[in-house]
Write a protein that binds this ligand. Structure first.
Ligand code: ZN
Length: 366
């Protein structure tokens, strides 16, 4: 054993800001911040589908609070916190959160008390400000995996219907887990002439996902911005994709992206799920949201974790379905994959894929 084989020494030679996530996670469990016993009650299984092995979880760890308990909790709310993701000095002092830097700004990191997967962590800006998918978000994601390459990181989209449950506070979610999307193959490649060192392709996945892979961080960010700009301006009325509508003179944007990033050795892999939150007469909850006939399985937004192929289903399914039955589990897994297909802006038929190719042709060659 050399003189430098202990954690204190390793920490000292690393950047002062660097966090030993193994120690931080252990500490979060020891102090009871991460509710491992509750998390162990969750039910999970894998259902093989044409899209790969979809992961299904029924989250039983979050206590179902009655209205009186919610009201009582609201009264005790910390006045410094505008929302559940606001960080306070008390969170840092107790060891619940640690300070990190993303985009040259103060952010904080903590572990989700009721994790949806192993070492499920949340990074949030110290400033209470809305979610935003833009260049700064891509930079923040890269900064995160540069510091924590052992974790994937992603952001929910920044619009209702296709975003997560909290749009009011800028945050990312990450952790140590492999999701079905990460194992999904490339269906076909395309080339962006301005970024010859970025490998780009369409992922074979129910939602429309473009994958960028490169060791060049700046090219990754620039090419992601190029795709975001093209997508945010894209309308195809035949497919029901509408980039912008107007309420009076005010333009309402409908297109956005759910980005997911990981880094192995020096290579960044960025998956960009194209999202559109337009509603229609036929689908008043969202044209690219889970459709009515699947609401018995899933009615809530399809957010980051589910985009990656891990279903988070409500506890009510325990009461409504024979969840221990293997064929019922298969049925639920397959219906969840179908729910993901509802969120795909370019469908996997001849018309949908031809339209996707035409969209790619606006900024790339094939
Ligand atoms: Zn907040």
């Amino acid at each position: 054993m050399s003189a430098c084989d202990n954690n204190d020494c390793i920490r000292a030679v690393n950047d002062a800001e660097r966090i030993d996530t193994d120690a931080f996670y252990r500490d979060s469990i020891t102090k009871g911040f991460v509710k491992v016993e509750d998390i162990a009650r969750n039910i999970e299984w894998v259902t093989p589908t044409v899209w790969g092995d979809i992961q299904v979880t029924i989250n039983l760890s979050k206590p179902e609070k009655d209205p009186a308990a919610i009201a009582a909790a609201a009264k005790q709310k910390d006045p410094d916190k505008l929302c559940d993701l606001c960080v306070t000095q008390g969170d840092i002092d107790s060891g619940y959160a640690k300070n990190i830097q993303l985009c040259d700004e103060p952010w904080a990191l903590w572990y989700s008390p009721y994790a949806y997967f192993n070492e499920h962590c949340i990074a949030m800006s110290w400033e209470h400000r809305p979610m935003h998918i833009d260049r700064a978000a891509f930079v923040g994601l890269c900064d995160f995996v540069d510091q924590f390459p052992q974790y994937f990181i992603g952001s929910n989209a920044d619009l209702p219907i296709v975003g997560g449950s909290i749009l009011s506070h800028d945050h990312f979610q990450g952790g140590r887990h492999t999701f079905p999307l990460q194992e999904a193959p490339i269906d076909r490649t395309f080339t962006m002439s301005a970024f010859p060192h970025v490998n780009a392709g369409v992922v074979k996945w129910p939602l429309t996902v473009l994958r960028l892979e490169t060791i060049d961080r700046e090219a990754l960010i620039d090419s992601a911005c190029r795709i975001l700009d093209a997508w945010c301006a894209y309308t195809n009325e035949e497919l029901g994709i509408i980039a912008v509508t107007f309420e009076g003179k005010q333009a309402i944007r409908h297109n956005t992206i759910t980005p997911m990033l990981r880094k192995r050795d020096a290579t960044y892999t960025l998956d960009l799920a194209l999202r559109c939150n337009i509603t229609s007469e036929k689908h008043p909850l969202g044209a690219f949201h889970v459709h009515d006939h699947l609401h018995h399985i899933k009615k809530e937004n399809i957010g980051l974790i589910e985009v990656m192929g891990r279903a988070i289903l409500p506890p009510r399914l325990m009461r409504e379905m024979a969840i221990d039955d293997a064929s019922v589990r298969t049925e639920i897994g397959e219906r969840f994959a179908e729910a993901l297909c509802c969120c795909g802006v370019f469908t996997w038929d001849v018309e949908g894929q031809a339209a996707l190719d035409a969209f790619l042709d606006t900024f790339a060659s094939r």
